[in-house]
Design a protein around this ligand. Structure first.
Ligand code: CS2
Length: 513
């Protein structure tokens, strides 16, 4: 791994996930141990990590990126022999990923679980890790580096810092500080400051690819970048906006792979099967999908050679995935967590819940979709349910339940609005919303166990729900949050009529103790 980028040797004792307790007998994965341990050739990186140069900056290097775009990138390098697409991964909120991957020279294992799982594979495409909180200037430098031709992002819905209208939230103190010229801490700030430096230094064209679960993720990111630009001093903002317009592309993408948090049993399995400990391990399903809008400013990795689909417009794929898979995921997460199911696979094994998830997709979401040509919606829905049922994936319902304020509008409320406008009753989508309302209001499950409220709007949600004594009051006060529900939805009597009885029923289900 390159010297730059604050990749410091961190002793195993410093790692956050308990690997410190590891007996010294199990070496830690790194370039030097990779060949020493009894790893079979097919577990090793498919390209030599030492040879790869950084050509991609990835903002938000969590487990999802490591199990998805980084794998495609490595396989594309193997398919073409191009060694110029190493990844500089930027970790945003904490130094945890730097501490996991730094001492491992960026290497980590992808452990697939479920039918058709490939052998565990060490991935070497991450060549550098930066912690933006510690070295923000290096992040800006890397984005400006002409060797970098692609910036990818997985910063989750909340990482975009949008206001209720979907524009850059100028009231957000982090955004404000970035606009005032401080070392950029917001994703959009990092990106635009990097673009600014690039435009002045070389003007080399760049593609910025949002890989988050947002409707129109490319368009959203472009308009946020331009919002940031517009708020700069006039001398800076005009030329920069012109350059972005002419030299930067923001294609849309649809990404899909289920990547639950790795558990201790997964770490143990890697130690047993590969003979090293790996603090950067990611666990995932065999399935993966990537649809990318074919609109690049410069060259790119040959992701199309390893399964990514390049199309003129990703919107139909993206909307289908968000309104089918992600909506059903959220329904199972809220209703499943309330019913006391720890895992998605357990929620799917519950006949009532799986029926609700299937009905949400078939009856409510599917009629709103403008499906891509040849898309078999019934086959897709059946495949989604069987992916959720994968018993080897320990995907916790509370992990998916987090950030509901950001996820609901994208996954469920579009379906609700479209169906209501068509004069139909989106009963199942409303049930998922009711599940969320009860989840955030009660914050405990049927067994009386506490459920975490992990959401950027947690304080607003708690304030809205704490004084709500009846189902109607709970529905009313949550519908009043304009950052989540539009005027149109909040004012819909039909939506209320679907919500109130379902909220009442779900709340009464909690009162069994
Ligand atoms: C999940 C997604 O955590 C969540 O909200 O619904 O991360 C889901 O697993 C992925 O989008 C699947 O591609």
């Amino acid at each position: 791994m390159s010297e730059r980028g604050a990749v410091r040797a961190v002793r195993p004792a410093d790692t956050p996930d308990g690997l410190a307790e590891e007996p010294a007998l199990t070496p830690r994965l790194s370039l030097s141990t990779l060949h020493r341990v009894w790893t079979s050739a097919w577990n090793r990186p498919v390209v030599d990590p030492r040879a790869a140069r950084v050509g991609i900056v990835h903002l938000g290097i969590g487990a999802f990126h490591r199990a998805h775009q980084a794998v495609y990138t490595e396989q594309a390098a193997a398919a073409t022999g191009e060694l110029c697409w190493g990844i500089c991964g930027v970790t945003q909120r904490t130094a945890a990923v730097l501490e996991q991957l730094g001492p491992q020279d960026g290497l980590y294992t992808v452990l697939e679980r479920g039918d058709g799982a490939a052998p565990p594979q060490v991935i070497g495409s991450v060549r550098e890790v930066l912690f933006a909180g510690r070295t923000p200037a290096e992040v800006v430098e890397r984005i400006a580096d002409p060797a970098v031709r692609v910036v990818t992002l997985t910063v989750t819905e909340k990482g975009y810092r949008r206001d209720a209208r979907g524009r850059l939230d100028h009231t957000d103190p982090v955004v404000r500080a970035d606009l005032d010229g401080g070392p950029p801490r917001s994703t959009v700030g990092q990106l635009v400051r990097g673009l600014q430096r690039r435009s002045v230094r070389t003007g080399a064209p760049l593609t910025v690819l949002s890989c988050d679960n947002l409707t129109g993720n490319g368009t959203v990111l472009r308009s946020l970048a331009l919002d940031f630009c517009a708020a700069l001093r006039p001398a800076e903002s005009g030329p920069l906006a012109d350059w972005i317009d002419s030299s930067v592309r923001f294609p849309g993408t649809m990404v899909d792979r289920i990547v639950p948090a790795a558990a201790e049993a997964d770490h143990e399995e890697v130690r047993r099967r590969l003979g090293f400990s790996d603090a950067g391990l990611v666990v995932t399903e065999p399935f993966r999908q990537w649809v990318v809008q074919d609109d690049f400013a410069a060259d790119r990795p040959a992701w199309d050679k390893v399964g990514a689909l390049f199309v003129p417009d990703v919107t139909p794929y993206e909307t289908a995935k968000l309104r089918l898979l992600n909506a059903a995921h959220s329904l199972l997460a809220y209703l499943g967590a309330l019913a006391g199911h720890e895992l998605v696979s357990e929620a799917v094994a519950d006949d009532t819940l799986v029926a609700a998830a299937a009905a949400l997709m078939t009856e409510d979401a599917a009629p709103t979709l403008d499906l891509p040509t040849g898309f078999n919606v019934d086959g897709y829905i059946a495949q989604v349910i069987s992916r959720f049922a994968n018993p080897a994936l320990r995907h916790r319902t509370v992990q998916i339940a987090m950030d509901g304020s950001q996820k609901l509008p994208v996954r469920l409320l579009g379906t609700v609005a479209d169906r209501l406008r068509a004069g139909a009753e989106p009963r199942w989508a409303a049930r998922a919303v009711a599940g969320w309302m009860v989840y955030v209001g009660a914050r405990r499950n049927r067994r009386g166990q506490r459920l975490p409220l992990d959401d950027p709007l947690a304080a607003t949600l708690a304030a809205a729900t704490d004084s709500a004594r009846t189902p109607t009051a709970l529905v009313e006060s949550l519908l009043g949050i304009r950052a989540i529900f539009t005027e149109e939805l909040a004012g819909s009597a039909a939506f209320r009529q679907l919500l109130v009885p379902q909220v009442a029923e779900l709340l009464s289900g909690l009162d069994t103790r």
